[in-house]
Design a binder for this molecule. Structure first.
Ligand code: ATP
Ligand code: MG
Length: 361
C-alpha cells in the first residue's frame, strides 16, 4: 500500500514555533526521507472560516503567510503538494456525505471541539460549521487516502473521528477509504508547546507566540519576558522545572551540540536542569542560552523567507499548481465514494439496463 501524508494548518496567522515542533519539523524530515509516495500539505482556509466567518479578510491575508512559512521551513513544492482547501469543492461534497455517519452526541464528546468551543466563547451558540469541522477534517484526510497525519497532540481526537468515519463508510458501502494514523511528536514538550506566557498551548488565537518570521530582536525580547518559575526569586534559590516554560522550550529545541557552542560548562540539558533545581543558576543565564539555541534554529528559516518574499507571485503559482494536482486526486476519491454510495446513476450502464428490463417485463 502507498504511504501518503496529509496535514495542514489554518491560515489564521503566521506560523509559530509550536507548529514547528508539533508538526512542521517532522513534515520536512518525512518529506526528505523519501519514504512517502505522496505528501499533501493543506492550507485549511475553509476550516479557518468556521470560526472566522465574519473576518474573511484575515483568512485571505494569511494564505501567503502560511505558504511562506511552509517553504521557508523546507517544505519543497517539488516533493510536497501544497494546496488551498477551499479551492477543492470535492472536499465539501465528501463532508456532506460523511455527515450521515456521525451523530451530534459524538461531536459533542470530542475533547478538542469541547475545548475550542470554550476558548471561543461559543458555548451559548455554536455555529454549525464550526461544530462539524471534525467531519470536514475527515474529508481532507480521506480524499487523499492519507495513511499518515503528522500533527500536534490536540489533533488526536480528530484523527480518531476520521478513523471511525472510514470504518463506518467501508462497512456500510464498500472498502474505498483508508484509515489514517496520527503521527505525534515523541517528546512531551513538542506535543503541546506552551505559550511564552506559560499558558497551556502556544496558539495564534491567544497571542502568546514566537513566530517563525519574528526578527532576531523580537525573539530575544520574547524570551527575556518568558514565564519561568515564580518562586525562583534569588539566583541561589532552588528552581523548579515543572511548568517552567524556558526549560520546556529547551526540551523542544536544544541538542547536546548547542552546549558545546554556547554553554560549554555543561555537557547536556540534564546537567543544566540539575544545577537549576539545586540552586545557584539564574534565569537570565538560562534565557540567554535558550535565545542562542532558538536563533540558531530560526535564522536559516528567516533568511529563506526573505528570499521567498521577493517573488510572491511565484508562491501563488506554487499553490495554484498544487491545488490543481490535489483536486484531481480528490475527484478520483469522490467518484469512488459516489459509486460505493450508489449515487453514480449516469455512469452505471447496468442500472439503466436493469431499470429498462423491469419495465419491459
Ligand atoms: P488557531 O488558534 O487558529 O487554532 P493554532 O495556533 O492552534 O491556531 P492550528 O492551525 O490549529 O494552529 O494547528 C496546526 C497544527 O499545529 C496542528 O497539527 C496542531 O496540532 C499543531 N500545533 C498548533 N499549536 C501547537 C503547539 N503549541 N504545540 C504543538 N503543536 C501545535
Ligand atoms: Mg488550533
Amino acid at each position: 500500500m502507498s504511504k501518503i501524508i496529509l496535514t495542514g494548518d489554518r491560515p489564521t496567522g503566521r506560523l509559530h514555533v509550536g507548529h514547528y515542533v508539533g508538526s512542521l519539523r517532522r513534515r520536512v524530515e518525512l518529506q526528505n526521507s523519501g519514504e512517502y509516495d505522496k505528501i499533501y500539505i493543506m492550507i485549511a482556509d475553509a476550516q479557518a472560516l468556521t470560526d472566522n466567518f465574519d473576518n474573511p479578510e484575515k483568512v485571505r491575508q494569511n494564505i501567503i503567510e502560511v505558504a511562506l512559512d511552509y517553504m521557508s521551513c523546507g517544505l519543497d513544492p517539488a516533493k510536497s503538494n501544497l494546496f488551498i482547501q477551499s479551492q477543492i469543492s470535492e472536499l465539501t461534497e465528501l463532508t456532506f456525505y460523511y455527515m450521515n455517519l456521525v451523530t451530534v452526541s459524538r461531536l459533542q464528546h470530542n475533547p478538542t471541539v469541547k475545548n475550542e468551543i470554550q476558548l471561543r466563547n461559543f458555548e451559548a451558540s455554536i455555529p454549525v460549521g464550526f461544530f462539524t469541522y471534525p467531519i470536514s477534517q475527515a474529508s481532507d484526510i480521506t480524499a487523499f487516502k492519507a495513511t499518515t497525519v503528522p500533527v500536534g497532540e490536540d489533533q488526536l481526537p480528530m484523527i480518531e473521528q476520521a478513523r471511525e468515519i472510514v470504518r463506518k463508510f467501508n462497512t456500510i458501502y464498500a472498502p474505498v477509504l483508508v484509515e489514517p494514523e496520527a503521527l505525534i511528536p515523541d517528546s512531551e514538550a513538542c506535543k503541546r508547546l506552551p505559550g511564552t506566557d506559560g499558558k497551556a498551548k502556544m496558539s495564534k488565537s491567544l497571542g502568546n507566540c514566537i513566530y517563525l518570521s519574528d526578527s532576531a530582536d523580537e525573539v530575544q525580547e520574547k524570551i527575556k519576558n518568558m514565564f519561568t518559575d515564580p518562586q525562583h526569586l534569588r539566583v541561589s534559590d532552588p528552581g523548579h522545572l515543572e511548568g517552567n516554560t524556558v526549560f520546556t522550550y529547551l526540551d523542544a529545541f536544544c541538542k547536546d551540540e548547542h552546549f558545546e557552542r554556547y554553554l560549554p560548562e555543561y555537557a547536556n540539558l540534564d546537567e543544566l536542569k540539575a544545577h537549576y533545581t539545586r540552586g545557584g543558576l539564574g534565569d537570565m543565564k538560562v534565557k540567554r542560552f535558550l535565545t542562542n539555541v532558538m536563533q540558531e534554529t530560526l535564522e536559516p528559516i528567516r533568511n529563506r523567507r526573505k528570499e521567498l518574499e521577493k517573488d510572491i507571485p511565484a508562491v501563488f503559482d506554487v499553490l495554484k499548481a498544487g491545488t490543481e494536482a490535489a483536486r484531481e486526486t480528490a475527484a478520483q476519491t469522490l467518484s469512488e465514494v459516489k459509486s460505493a454510495m450508489k449515487i453514480n446513476y449516469f455512469e452505471d450502464q447496468e442500472l439503466i439496463r436493469q431499470q429498462a428490463e423491469k419495465y419491459q417485463a
